[in-house]
Design a protein around this ligand. Structure first.
Ligand code: NAD
Length: 433
């Protein structure tokens, strides 16, 4: 099949490349000349493990084509995926301006029959508006159906998730569109959930809101365990083994972040508000998450005797999770900003996300970036772990102690053994234990 993706971010580029690798001819339409030229040369705008080789293989095979032009990509395609960003507006509601902008461009170039799919996460009813936008501008001869195929991949594991998803949700309004999408997804694993468009749109938000709720619940139990002298990690293990609960997403930590959970929780609260439903549960989920991130700051200040002015703080891990360069809504941003505000000097390091972090913090006074973990830690009064990269888990606590000015650790991701740290003379605080 010939298909087009609009957008080459974490979702668009990975999914487009997998469909090319499965033998389809795939056009990827971008809007930045430099990025498109780079993609043609195999230079990717994002980091995702294994993706560079896969893109190169499919570009070389002539199945993956990058372009700025909607023509001939759209004309040539039976299926068009819209995979652009849907960031939050200041009110929390999803900003759909780019979705509608590209839908109009797609509409103008339609030829024959095409299925126009929204893969971006969009509020219930958006596909109906996409349909109106396309109808207004398309040529009278062109026919189309809109469809919703939301994406569930995880950054860092995106290739495996795309090839072996738990499920593929296909929301359509006609049998013709449904059958084309079933055919396209045939080589990919996972249960099929065939439904209408409004239901498919809601499934995506409900899934992310549930996962965020699970994380905030785990963090609330962790916080309470600290107060009661229980071991929160053991408590969560104890409940997660119950199959009705499940152990995924029950690890206490420094709060959720990234480009999906914070914005999708906000957007679902906003969808609820617009439908006169006060989603108080999700408001608490957000509140607990904010408190969780700030608890890392509180623990740090306390460990440094209540005053962090001129204290040297090492922050290991900046990305919102390991194996990605994505800094969007990373908890490290709040922790670093709060500590800088209180007068600390921060040296930080991330194996992949440092460049994105540099752009984000824009030469912020008091913040520097190191080239590796050990030079970050050298002479620090406190070490904070913000992302559980494997290379940090393998660090030798003995070596860390020798390098630090004071042996203090706030372990926001519970990567070190508390007993071992304490036996070596560290003042150590994890999350929930
Ligand atoms: P992203 O920011 O990485 O990518 C967005 C893409 O849209 C970029 O390639 C950008 O160049 C392109 N774009 C922006 N404006 C454009 C325009 N005017 N014309 C053409 N292209 C344009 O975002 P993402 O993380 O890939 O997310 C995309 C959507 O998928 C969002 O709705 C997100 O919520 C959803 N989603 C993301 C993930 C994830 O893990 N990142 C997972 C599931 C769903």
């Amino acid at each position: 099949m010939t298909i087009t993706f609009i957008g080459h971010g974490y979702v668009g580029l990975v999914t487009a490349t997998i469909f090319a690798d499965l033998g389809n001819k795939v056009w990827v339409v971008g809007h930045t000349a430099e990025k498109i030229e780079n993609l043609k040369k195999g230079i990717l705008p994002i980091y995702e493990p294994g993706l560079e080789e896969l893109v190169k293989r499919n570009v070389d095979a002539g199945r993956l084509l990058f372009t700025l032009d909607y023509d001939p990509a759209i004309k040539d395609s039976q299926v068009v995926f819209i995979a652009v960003g849907t960031p939050p507006k200041p009110t929390g509601e999803a900003d759909l301006s780019v979705v509608f902008e590209v839908a109009e461009k797609v509409g103008k170039h339609l030829d024959g029959y095409t299925v126009v799919i929204t893969k971006s996460t969009v509020p219930v009813g958006t596909n109906e508006k996409v349909s109106e936008v396309v109808s207004k501008v398309k040529s009278p001869k062109a026919e189309f159906d809109v469809a919703s195929v939301p994406e569930f991949l995880r950054e860092g594991e995106a290739i495996g998730d795309t090839l072996h998803p738990d499920r593929i949700v296909i929301g359509t309004q006609t049998d013709k569109a449904r059958d084309i999408l079933l055919d396209l997804h045939d080589p990919i694993g996972g249960e099929r959930v065939l439904t209408n468009i409004r239901t498919a749109e809601m499934i995506k938000y409900a899934a992310n809101a549930f996962l965020a709720t699970k994380i905030s619940f785990a963090n609330a139990i962790a916080g309470l365990s600290e107060l009661t002298g229980s071991d929160g990690t053991q408590v969560l293990k104890g409940i997660g083994l119950d199959k009705r609960i499940g152990s995924f997403f029950l690890n206490p930590g420094a709060g959720y972040g990234g480009s999906c959970f914070p914005k999708d929780v906000k957007a679902l609260i906003s969808i609820a508000d617009q439908n006169n439903y006060d989603f108080t549960l999700l408001k608490e989920v957000e509140k607990i998450n904010k408190e969780m991130i700030l608890s890392i700051v509180k623990k740090s200040v306390k460990m440094l005797g209540g005053d962090v002015r001129h204290k040297k703080v090492a922050v290991l891990g900046l990305a919102f999770k390991p194996d990605t360069d994505d800094m969007r809504d990373a908890p490290s941003i709040t922790v670093i900003n709060e500590l800088l505000e209180k007068g600390a000097k921060i040296k930080s390091y991330d194996p992949i996300a440092s460049n994105n972090a540099r752009n984000l913090f824009k030469n912020k006074e008091g913040l520097t970036f190191a080239d590796d973990a050990m030079s970050t830690i050298k002479d620090a009064d406190l070490l904070i772990i913000m992302t559980e990269w494997n290379e940090f888990k393998e660090l030798d606590l003995n070596e860390i102690k020798k390098l630090m000015a004071q042996p203090n650790i706030v372990d926001g991701r519970n990567i070190f053994d508390p007993e071992k740290a304490k036996n070596l003379g560290f003042t150590y605080k994890g999350v929930g234990r």
